[in-house]
Design a protein around this ligand. Sequence first.
Ligand SMILES: NC(=O)c1ccc[n+]([C@@H]2O[C@H](COP(=O)([O-])OP(=O)(O)OC[C@H]3O[C@@H](n4cnc5c(N)ncnc54)[C@H](OP(=O)(O)O)[C@@H]3O)[C@@H](O)[C@H]2O)c1
Length: 300
Amino acid sequence: MKKKIYIAGCGGMLGEAFYAQFKDDYIIKCTDKDVNDAWLSFLDFRDLDAYRKDVKDFRPDYLFHLGAYTDLEFCEQNEDETYRTNTMSVENAVYIANELDIPLLYICTAGIFDGNKELYDDWDTPNPLGVYARSKYMGERYVCENAKRFLICRAGWMMGAGPKKDKKFIQKIMNQLKEGKKELFIVNDKDGTPTYTHDFAKNVRYLIENEYWGLYNMVCGGQTSRLEVTEELLKILGLDDKIKINIVTSDYFRETYFAARPACERLLNRKLNIRHANLMRDWKIALKEYIDNYYQGYLE
Ligand SMILES: NC(=O)c1ccc[n+]([C@@H]2O[C@H](COP(=O)([O-])OP(=O)(O)OC[C@H]3O[C@@H](n4cnc5c(N)ncnc54)[C@H](OP(=O)(O)O)[C@@H]3O)[C@@H](O)[C@H]2O)c1
């Protein structure tokens, strides 16, 4: 018999890939406060009573808590709302999963580190710099300390879902290219690891099905920078000779992106490697597949 998964906050970039990964072999209920697809229904997970009722009525085998506020500048300016959404709603999810005695999945971020190291493995000590990162780290800690059975996967620079839902770096660059910009301003002081949503969802499924509970770094292979990602993107698009990259420091964007960001948020999937459970492909391969699958004709 098919197992059941309740997926909360499933209307965003990552939710799109989770829907695709799990819809055929599981019975899933996908909710969000932004009901932007026919397969979503409304649930605001800040409302504990409503969250508890909706999950319990569905009687799932797993609870996936995906959603969060992911705009770092919004989070800096709306602290209480951020902790309510990104931290205390995770506490709600832990209560519900424990009451039903089911495993909980929570998504954390590479952004919880302070950037003073070159590379972070699963056991490095987080030291969040801003409100978003702190809110996510406090969610992670609550799950670790209180959930009976859990999986926490830390993602890096997310890419996925295409123009409709991608709110992050790739879409921001694609927007500029679509607007006809002939030059881009790209920082050379931010290092990280891209994370393709479909690889991530597949790897989560592998861990769940093998019951490898616990905390895992889960990013694509290779370590890179905003600058190198942009260069690779232009190459894939065949625009490397046509678009000029102006290299700047983060100071150039200090008014737009005023939230603190670590200089380095590169993760190493050490635990996945040791378990022989690392299904994450190299970021360049994943980026090419992402562009091929989601941006055909986008710039025409
Ligand atoms: N994006 C990244 O680069 C990144 C990197 C590492 C980890 N993560 C983590 O990955 C997870 C998924 O993020 P994503 O990239 O898919 O972000 P996303 O595209 O912003 O999607 C998050 C979804 O959660 C929803 N949501 C927010 N508050 C909610 C609430 N109270 N009740 C129900 N739904 C709510 C959002 O709705 P609204 O649009 O209405 O707010 C949005 O549809 C998050 O936990 C995030 O922290 C993201």
